[in-house]
Design a protein around this ligand. Structure first.
Ligand code: PLP
Length: 469
């Protein structure tokens, strides 16, 4: 399996190089050259298999022969042994035909663990095999940072620098990052937004001397392995509700477009999905883009669902690439326009392609809180605000055809206790692993939104240089 850049101007790579590289050196994102297919019988068989077995079958065609089968199976088994739920991602029926897929039973209580647990072990394996080291630089709107730290802490071959927007993540999220005591972990609280963090990370990747000197590696959802690991639960959940013989829908709380893009990837691999709904909060660039064809960056408004407070959704570029018939030049043109003027227009043909695969809904703060309250009042269950954005959107869309609809639940409610309490009047009980964070010392550095300063900080603190050890 080869991977190609969405801007068609970077070397084709195999899986191993793709996961180490992260962002392509033409600024694009790697995607598989062709989509592997999972046939209907195989999908049917998933309904009765353990999660790890399906995970192996879905991911193996991407990994191809770069990692030995037994090693990869072991990586999967260890990754999901870190989850505190035997089904890994339980699916629960809330109302008739309304299902919640709980993706937050990993070590940091956010769905990011599903992919980062695998990616951490994959990168470690490859660095070991190559006898080299890497510096990971990652931007986070809140949950990726904690999950990445959990996946990489204490790993000898890796230094990790996590950039989060100062004062714009929840206290639990911040403490999950800043209380890690391992000396390969470095937290930067950036004076800016998540988009500023993400832009700085991209700028470092586009700075060849710096990138090489520190052997930069990226674990944001630009990294293909993140997407790959998220494809799995679309297959497991749909097959358990009768796919491929019965249609299902998915509604996905969306920020950087990685999670829902994995659903799209599942359809390209043969999973019949009736509808994939992008759910956004008031930071609705994707909802506007899908409805109007104009992708236009406006300011970021802080909300109760901070992991979706994003304007530039990196993985949307992967969808655009398919939508323009895999013409890297067209993608490059749109992305240049985005960086120069903050907007671009999607061609009518490309927009039709997108509309054939996706719908989009937007929920404001009131709708989000009201949905948390409604769920609590009718079932006694608490859901987190990101899940609520998607559930509100799914409910607003109605379901006259009675097609099972799966809402992706991306965080444990206790990670966002203030919002949940505001909606329900009750503070969600805090799992012991989270309450323990409040007794630990925090370590982080507040830095200005300035590339040179941040690069200087990394320079001064990274243990690794380009030399092999
Ligand atoms: C990251 C995140 C999202 C958004 O996922 P994307 O893949 O970035 O679209 C939604 N909810 C939570 C809780 C998250 O952490």
């Amino acid at each position: 399996m080869k991977f190609i850049s969405t801007r068609s101007n970077a070397p084709q790579l195999d899986f191993e190089d793709v996961i180490i590289t992260g962002l392509a050196n033409d600024g694009g994102l790697y995607v598989p050259e062709t989509w592997p297919r999972i046939n209907p019988d195989q999908i049917r068989s998933f309904a009765s298999k353990p999660y790890c077995d399906v995970a192996f079958e879905v991911m193996a065609p991407f990994v191809d022969s770069t990692i030995e089968t037994e090693v990869f199976k072991d990586i999967i088994a260890q990754s999901y042994a870190s989850f505190n739920y035997p089904a890994v991602v339980p699916l629960r029926e809330m109302r008739p035909n309304e299902w919640i897929l709980e993706l937050f039973h990993g070590p940091t209580f956010a769905f990011k663990d599903v992919a980062l647990q695998v990616l951490g072990r994959l990168i470690d394996h490859v660095l070991e095999k190559r006898n080299t080291r890497a510096t990971i630089v990652v931007a986070t709107s809140g949950d990726t940072g904690g999950a990445a730290i959990e996946a990489f802490k204490g790993r000898n071959r890796i230094d990790i620098f996590v950039l989060h927007p100062h004062d714009r993540v929840s206290e639990v999220q911040r403490r999950q990052m800043t209380t890690a005591a391992h000396d390969n972990i470095h937290n930067i609280a950036l004076e800016g937004t998540f988009d500023d963090c993400q832009n700085l990370v991209k700028a470092m990747f586009n700075h060849p001397a710096f990138r090489q000197a520190h052997q930069l590696s990226g674990v944001n959802s630009i990294n293909w392995a993140r997407i790959m690991a998220q494809i799995v639960y679309y297959f497991t959940s749909a097959s358990s509700l009768g796919a491929p013989d019965r249609k299902v829908r998915f509604c996905v709380p969306t920020g950087n477009f990685g999670d829902i893009y994995a659903g799209y990837a599942a359809t390209k691999m043969g999973l019949p999905i009736d509808r994939l709904t992008i759910a956004t909060n008031v930071n609705d660039i994707l909802e506007r883009a899908v409805k109007t064809g104009r992708y236009e960056v406006l300011g970021v408004t802080p909300t109760v669902s901070p992991s979706m407070d994003i304007q530039v959704s990196s993985n949307f570029e992967r969808l655009l690439f398919d939508a323009v018939g895999r013409e890297g030049a067209s993608v490059t043109h749109m992305m240049n326009s985005l960086s120069q003027s903050g907007s671009f227009t999607i061609t009518p043909e490309a927009l039709t392609y997108i509309a054939n695969n996706f719908d989009a809904v937007r929920s404001d703060e009131d709708e989000t809180l009201k949905t948390i309250q409604e769920v609590y009042a009718t079932s006694g269950e608490m859901i987190d605000p990101h899940t609520a954005v998607a559930l509100a959107g799914a409910r607003a869309g109605g379901n006259l055809e009675a097609i099972p609809q799966i809402i992706l639940s991306t965080a444990h409610p206790a990670k966002f206790p203030d919002a949940v309490e505001k909606a329900t009047g009750v503070r969600p009980p805090m799992p012991a692993q989270l309450s323990a964070l409040f007794d630990l010392e925090e370590r982080y550095s507040v830095l200005p939104n300035d590339l040179e300063t941040v690069e200087g900080f990394i320079e001064a603190n990274a243990r690794s240089t380009a030399s092999h050890d």
